[in-house]
Structure formats: C-alpha cells, structure tokens
Ligand binder design. Structure first.
Ligand code: ADP
Ligand code: ZN
Length: 610
C-alpha cells in the first residue's frame, strides 16, 4: 500500500524536512500551483504560513528558489532557520564580503543551493541578473509584495522594477506574498509585478489565537504593568507608543519595575537599534517598547502580546501591529488602552501633516473607524474582519465576547451631554464638559460663567467615568465631532436624539475596566501542575543551551508550540519525538536525544518522588 506521503512529494517534504503533520488552509493548493510552474499571488495573514508556500516548491522543483526580501536584517535569520532544517540556504546582500559572495555565486552555479535570499537592489543589478540567467532557477518568491504599493507605508522603489523578472525569466514561476489585505494593494501588486496570469489565493485574515482587549485609559502605565504581571510574566511582547520619548520613558519605567524591557525607535543610532532588535529576537521574555518604526519583518514567532499605549493610526495599522503576536499559533493577547485624548492627538497629527487635503480626509475617516472599533459594544473580531471584508460570527475570544458589557438607556444623559456641548459654544474638550455636567466649579468653569448654564450639575448622579464613556460613544457614533483642538461639536446625526425621536443605549462603566479585562484573560501557556512547570523550565533550559552553543535564537531550535507538545506528550523514544509537530529529520538527529534525556530524567525523578 502506498502511503499518502509516497503519493504526494509535497507532503513528504512537509513531514520529513519541516516536521509538520499536515498543510494548513490554502498551502497545498498554492504549493501545487507553483510546483506545476504557475504564478501565484498569496494573501495570507501574518503567521498564516506563507514561507512554506515557496520553500516546498523550491525544494521540489529543479534548481534554486530565489526569494526577494526587503529586509536584510531578516535574511540571516531565515537562512539560519532553514539550515537548522537541513535545507541548503544562503543569502546575497550588502553585508557579505566579496569573497563570501563569490563563494555563494559559485555554489549557486554548481546547483548546490536550494534557496537563495536576495535583496531587491542586489537582484536588479545587471551582474546579478546575468548570474541568475546562468543558473537553474526553480522559482522567484517576492516576499512582502505590498512594498510595490506607492500608497503603502512600506513602499520600496526597487520593488516596482521587479517586473523585469517576468521579462527576463518568462519560464520561471513567480509567487508574490503579502499580509496586506486590501483590494487596492492587491490590484497594484498584480499590475506592477505583471501577475495577470497568476492564481490568487486569499486566506481568511482571522487570527483566532489572538485575544483582543480594549481598556479605557485610566493610569495607562499601571494598567500595562498589571496586564504584563497578570498574564505575561516572563513572556516576550511589544508595547507600541506614539512618540520616541514615551517609548524610552515606558521602557525605563518597566525596567524599574523589574521587567526586562528595551526600547526601539527611528531616532536611535543604527547600531543600538540593531542590538536591541537582536536581543529581542534572540532572547526570551524581552518586552520591546517601540514606535511603529519597529515593524515589518519582526518574524519572532513567540511574541506573546502586543500592547498599545497610544491609539494607532487606523484599523489597518492596528491589525498589522497586533498581528505580530502569536505567529506560532499559541494563545496571545492584543491589548490596547485608549482615551478620548488619544483621538484628539491623532487628529492634531493629521491636521499638522503636510499631506494633501484629500489624503487627510481619508486619514480622518480611518481614525473614525478605529474609534468605532474601540467603542462598539460588540465582538471585536467580527468588527475587525468586517472592516477587511470578511463576515463572521462572535468569536468567544475577545473582551466583548468574554464579558459582554452592560448597557442602559442613556437617552436622557446623552441629551444632557449634547445640550451642554451646545450651550457652552461647541468648542470645549471632554474634561471641561464633564466638569459642567457633574457640577465641578473649576476655575475655568467659573471664569467662563459655565456654572450658570442650565445644565451645570445636571448629571451629578452619574460617575465621571460614565460621562467620558458616553462622550466617546457619541463621538464613535458620529453624533459629535471632535475638532483638531479637541473641542466637541454637534453633528447633524444627533438631531433625532435631541428631538426625542431616537434612543441612545450606552455601555455602563464598571468599577475598573482594567481588572475586568485582566480576569477574563487566561495565562497563555497553562500548566496543569508544578510538576509540568518544572519540566517546562527544563525543556526551555535545554533549548537555551543549544541555542547559545550555536548562536541562534532559541525558537530556531524548537518553537514554543513544539516544546509544549513535548511537555504534553512526554515522548520516550525518538520515534515518538518525530511524531511531534515541528520535529523534522534534521532536528530529530541534531537535538532529539538531548530533549529525550531531559524528559526521561524528569520522569525518573517523578517516579522516585511518588
Ligand atoms: P507568515 O510568513 O505567513 O507570517 P510563517 O511562514 O512564518 O508565516 O509561518 C508561521 C508559523 O507557522 C511558523 O512558525 C511556521 O513554522 C508555522 N507553520 C507554517 N505552516 C505550518 C503547518 N502546515 N503546520 C504547522 N506549522 C506551520
Ligand atoms: Zn469576540
């Protein structure tokens, strides 16, 4: 009898080289298309498993797979990871000396390389193109293909010239890959890379292992610290802040609280930036505080959380940033603290930017959508996916699903708020309006005579936090607008409400939203017992030792997902070890016995203690 593997060479490579049991989603169809020599455009979320879509065809087709990748810093990691699997991989970029580069060129011509990573500017020079013409090329993979888009934030001019690959190598299949979902970018990729003939593979953009939580800002640093302490002690994570200064301050503060935090932003000198990035990627359990400069190509699979201390620019940016959590598929958190002040700040940034008016208008709309996300009293994931054109049902893995908010009829309160905005002249921010509503006679309130307004103290029966939630919800539903100075103004949409022709349902604030979120999120890797925790620590130590010996990131030895399987399955033989996902032939040979020994020793000790 033939096994399915014998019939399907792709499955054979998947199991023996990569150590995975089954393909995911669209992977088998994509692999088939490229192996057969067709072009493909692959749209898959971060962590979806794009790399296998060109790595396996490169191994199955004759010749070398050439991978165009915009990030020099990442090439080395990718090549190292492949070598760990026993794949003959190399890269060509400006970090190589002449002798090293020519050694790789010779190996390429001799057919000794399966996968070659090349920087786009390198690839495009005529010498390199000539070299590739003399070699046998299995395929071209164009990673981060959205870099062709002039409208995107990752635009790379060299990417546009990559259409030359089609002209010079018409017989070689090309596969372009990206995690950027929108239709405009997709069309641009097809157009600019001459992929009209390509089959397009669109995967769901859902990231089911990521739990989304949004909390109202109260004392953001404390909230962050509590979130980390409760759920992510010892885990790697990213904390995004808007400004460089805040990045540095947040990192310093976390360190003073005993958390291993680093900072990263575009203002650091390149050497420091790289050192911090390397420490984050290689180390375990480092929290990186960063601006969005820390972005594309953070390939670390075991980032357990992404936290936002400031509002991102749009839902696209938010989804991309949070998508850096949990590439390995294990439970992870996307956590954001926000307040109305963030919105005001983002508004201001848009207004001050040099962009043309029509772009600013789009940016404002995007910000509105983000506010809608933060304030909507319904499943976060449904909303996110809907924004990206995918319909879904409540997920059960976001703060809204796990602890549905209480709502109440707030029609009267909303009318009172709107009326206060109107009577005070439609130019004050939330803080001042709330002072009026709850009857706090601040200096400013007295100075403006607002203590004589008919709505002064009209809302003193509701807590201050309830009023700020209400104002944000009014803004999220388009009833009020926030101008670039943070002043609230009435919008036409509020008329039915003011006239008493519509009701307004508001979320009731709880005592502390941060504790609510905290209790609802479980620990990411659950340990059944102290005994399991001991073995987990021993397995991690073994991995750390091996990684240090070879000077590679720990996850390249085995990812957390594989280690977790060792913990659960307790394999007692190499055959049993080979059954685990993530254990291929090369790694079984290289590391299998060390990990077996750790498990056996642990089991013996358990038996003695019993
Ligand atoms: P992307 O490039 O789409 O962000 P990767 O190719 O880096 O994603 O894959 C994400 C993670 O999923 C990696 O750790 C990878 O090893 C793992 N993975 C990919 N395909 C499979 C599969 N079929 N079975 C198990 N794990 C997989
Ligand atoms: Zn949900």
């Amino acid at each position: 009898m033939n096994s399915p593997e014998a019939l399907d060479p792709a499955l054979h490579v998947l199991r023996h080289t990569f150590g995975f049991q089954a393909f995911r989603g669209e992977q088998p169809a994509i692999v088939r298309q490229v192996v057969q020599g067709g072009d493909a455009l692959v749209l898959m979320p971060t962590g979806g498993g794009k790399s296998l879509c060109y790595q396996i065809p490169a191994l199955l087709r004759e010749g070398c797979g050439v991978v165009v990748s915009p990030l020099i810093a990442l090439m080395q990691d990718q090549v190292q990871a492949l070598r760990q699997l026993g794949v003959r991989a190399a890269y060509l970029n400006s970090t190589l000396g002449a002798a090293e580069a020519s050694a790789i060129e010779r190996a390429l011509l001799a057919g000794e390389i399966d996968l070659l990573y090349v920087a786009p500017e390198r690839l495009l020079n005529s010498r390199c193109l000539g070299l590739l013409e003399s070699a046998r090329i299995a395929l071209f993979a164009i990673d981060e293909a959205h870099c062709v888009s002039q409208w995107g934030h990752d635009f790379r001019p060299e990417y546009i010239q990559l259409s030359i690959l089609h002209e010079r190598f018409p017989q070689v299949p090309r596969v372009a890959l990206t995690a950027t979902a929108d239709t405009a970018t997709r069309a641009e990729i097809i157009e600019r890379l001459a992929l009209q003939e390509a089959r397009v593979f669109i995967s769901s953009f859902d990231r089911p292992n990521i739990r989304y939580t949004v909390v109202e800002k109260d004392n953001p640093r404390r909230q962050l610290l509590k979130f980390i302490r409760t759920h992510h002690e010892g885990d790697a994570g990213i904390v995004y802040c808007l400004s460089r200064r805040k990045v540095e301050e947040t990192a310093a503060w976390l360190r003073s609280e005993g958390i291993r935090a680093l900072h990263y932003h575009a203002g650091l000198d390149p050497a420091t930036r790289e050192a911090h990035q390397t420490q984050f990627v290689r180390g375990e359990g480092i929290v990186m505080c960063a601006t969005i400069a820390f972005g594309m190509g953070i390939d670390k699979p075991d980032v357990r959380f992404v936290a936002h201390l400031d509002l991102p620019k749009s839902l696209e940016a938010y989804y991309q940033e949070t998508g850096r959590a949990g590439r390995d598929g294990l439970p992870s958190n996307a956590w954001m603290a926000y307040g109305l002040q963030d919105l005001v700040l983002q508004r201001e940034l848009i207004t001050q930017s040099q962009a043309p008016e029509e772009i600013k208008r789009v940016e404002r709309q995007k910000l509105e959508a983000l506010l809608g996300y933060c304030e909507a009293p319904a499943c976060r994931r449904v909303l996110l996916l809907h924004y990206f054109g995918e319909e879904s049902t409540p997920c059960g893995n976001c703060d809204m699903c796990l602890a549905p908010p209480d709502t109440f009829d707030a029609t009267l309160a909303a009318q009172q708020a709107l009326s206060t905005i109107y009577r005070s002249g439609q130019r004050y921010g939330a803080g001042h309006l709330i002072d009026i509503l709850i009857g706090r006679a601040s200096a400013k309130v007295k100075e403006r005579g607002h203590d004589r307004l008919s709505t002064f103290a009209i809302g003193k029966h509701l807590p201050e936090t309830q009023w700020s939630t209400l104002l944000r919800q009014l803004a999220a539903q388009g009833m009020v607008e926030i101008n670039e100075h943070g002043g609230l103004q009435l919008h036409d949409a509020c008329r039915p409400l003011l006239r008493g022709e519509a009701n307004f349902v508001a979320r009731r604030v709880r005592e502390s939203t941060s504790t609510r979120a905290a209790t609802s999120v479980r620990r990411e890797i659950d340990f059944a017992s102290d005994e399991a925790r001991t073995l987990w620590a021993a397995l991690r130590q073994c991995r750390r030792d091996l990684a240090e010996e070879q000077n590679v990131p720990a996850y390249m030895i085995f990812g957390d997902a594989t280690l977790k399987q060792m913990l659960d399955a307790r394999p007692m033989s190499l055959e049993a070890m080979f059954e685990l996902s993530g254990v291929g032939e090369r790694k079984l040979d290289a590391y299998g016995s060390q990990f077996l020994e750790v498990i056996q020793k642990h089991q013996r000790r358990q038996a003695q203690n019993a």
